[in-house]
Ligand binder design. Structure first.
Ligand SMILES: [Zn+2]
Length: 91
């Protein structure tokens, strides 16, 4: 029974025409805008929880674990914060 269904599914699946996406700067900016959070959010962008912690460059959700990058936040401050918090081993 399962094999018959699998064969039917394979037979139906015809190769779809490929879509070419040009990698322009605007395209990249649109994609990153979806991943970045702006301002000072009070809720997790993924699960909408208010149980979040603010790090210098990220919003860390303590419920689902999402790390959302804050737009325009410097990563060197994040690195320094992680070193001082003991999250990284300083070398
Ligand atoms: Zn969350």
């Amino acid at each position: 029974m399962k094999l018959a269904k699998a064969k039917k599914a394979k037979a139906k699946a015809s190769p779809e025409p490929a879509v070419v996406i040009r990698l322009t700067a605007e395209h990249t900016l649109q994609r990153t805008a979806k991943r970045f959070v702006s301002g000072s959010p009070t809720r997790c962008p993924k699960c909408d929880s208010t149980y979040i912690g603010r790090e210098p460059a990220f919003i860390h959700c303590r419920l689902c674990g999402k790390l959302a990058r804050i737009a325009d936040a410097p990563l060197d401050l994040q690195e320094l914060w992680e070193l001082r918090s003991g999250l990284r081993i300083a070398s």
